[in-house]
Write a protein that binds this ligand. Sequence first.
Ligand SMILES: [Zn+2]
Length: 271
Amino acid sequence: MKDVSYNCCTKPNYILIKKFSKPPKNEPIYKVNLYKRFLYKCIACGHFINKSNINFNKIYQKDYSNISHGKDLKNKLLKIMSLKSKSDNYHRVRRIIKFLDIHSKEKIEVLDVGSGFGIFPIALKKIKPKWSITAIEPDRENVNFIKDFDINIKKSFIENFTTTNKFDFISLNKVVEHLVNPSRVLIKISKFLKKNGIIYIEVPDADNAYKNKLKFNREEFFADHHHIFSKKSLVNIAKETGYKAKIVKQIKEPSNKYTIYTFLKKELYEK
Ligand SMILES: [Zn+2]
């Protein structure tokens, strides 16, 4: 397919698997004159790519918070916190702390990339008040909301973000699938990581979402996801960008989402 090229695996082989002329049920409503979207699948590794005429760059700075979370962020935060173990974030925070408590010293420096309205860094800070947490997020509503918490918040896209700080831990929760060029970002953030630092990536799971009867009507395949990773393509991008996967797991979250998460370490050699 001439307009799709991405090194998801050693032998990328893309086919057009679905054309959309209207959004699937439950997809957020994005302002676009004539909805047009093409979904491609690599038949070698199970990676998917969405191509649409929606300008997400603009949306992520201004409207994404409203579209995804509504106006009342405080209420949304309290609601998710009150769900406890029935929320996805509850388990995310705990699996990360469990991993880092084994592998890291007591006080650590965290960079959370693409924090949304801050549910992850806010919950993490509550349990680990000594940890220093920096969050970067492009949406101004989200940024203003996170300012009320003890978190160092920067308004930026990761693509434009610079820092001289080095971090023990960098998290990308449901972020990598939104990036047009995920490899470039993974290479970039490895420069922000301390020598023995850990990266945590969480993405929608194409393998299991594809097997589900709702298939392309599921949110894993929605238009805002440029890339929908299979276990194979996620492991491959980690390897190609200079990391070694310590753990890779496919899970079904309390919210019903199929998700893959991985903890990565920098390989000793630089690519
Ligand atoms: Zn592939």
